[in-house]
Design a protein around this ligand. Structure first.
Ligand SMILES: [Fe+2]
Ligand SMILES: [Fe+2]
Length: 229
């Protein structure tokens, strides 16, 4: 059993969204994803770090979820800024049950136990620069920090592995609210996505305090899930 992560599948089976806006790496990216996931076994777990589907609602996202469900291993999904289909946990869980998507679950104010002593925690996170008003930023960051802490607490005494959509460090930018939580809960590894094409050069891969940060954006890792454990 292994733990993997990849962000930004940006699927569009029902919405026909051209992906070349993200650069040449996205040519045939669904085929690359299929090939990348072929290394996984059924008892492996892969966290999908947001920007899952271009769909605007769950009905529209059904074919994208069918593709994800067909990939080997268990898939744990968290929210990205483009996941406009995201709704309440109750509605999303009912959607999974209705469609028989048994290999998929959602990471949202919760945690999943992995192996003997690891916990999978996470939330979307936030970029200061994503919105203009400072007060609005602060509100969003505080809300995301609260969600992350709820998830970390749900992990109990286990070693914490955190998965975010927005990187808490990027170029000269840092998100202290998130980084402080990673430190306080002695998080081992923090994976994030969101960055594409040119912006990948500013991705932070390395150590901050005692947490190892890894950028797992799909195009940054050739659409091959990154092995975490
Ligand atoms: Fe994103
Ligand atoms: Fe993305």
């Amino acid at each position: 059993m292994s733990l993997y992560a990849i962000g930004d599948l940006h699927l569009s089976f029902s919405t026909n969204k051209p992906m070349d806006v993200f650069g040449p790496a996205w040519k045939n990216h669904v085929d690359k994803l299929r090939a990348g996931f072929s290394a996984l076994a059924e008892d492996d777990v892969c966290v999908l770090c947001g920007d899952i589907s271009w769909a605007m609602n769950l009905d529209e996202a059904e074919e994208d979820f069918r593709f994800i469900d067909g990939l080997p291993g268990k898939k744990i999904i968290l929210k990205g800024n483009h996941d406009l289909w995201w709704t309440s946990m109750a509605k999303m869980t009912a959607f999974l049950e209705r469609n028989g998507f048994e290999s998929i679950s959602f990471l949202h104010n919760n945690a999943y136990f992995y192996g003997e002593d690891a916990a999978i925690c996470g939330t979307r996170g936030w970029f200061y620069e994503e919105s203009k008003g400072v007060a609005h930023d602060k509100k969003m960051i505080d809300r995301e920090a609260l969600r992350l802490e709820t998830s970390l607490k749900a992990g109990g005494e286990r070693d914490k592995y955190v998965f975010l959509h927005y990187p808490p460090r990027y170029g000269n930018y840092t998100c202290p609210e998130i980084l402080e939580l990673l430190k306080a809960y002695e998080v081992k590894i923090c994976c994030s996505g969101h960055l594409h094409a040119e912006s990948l050069r500013w991705a932070f891969n390395g150590w901050h305090d005692h947490t190892k940060h890894i950028c797992v954006s799909g195009d940054g890792i050739g659409f091959k899930p990154c092995k975490i454990l």
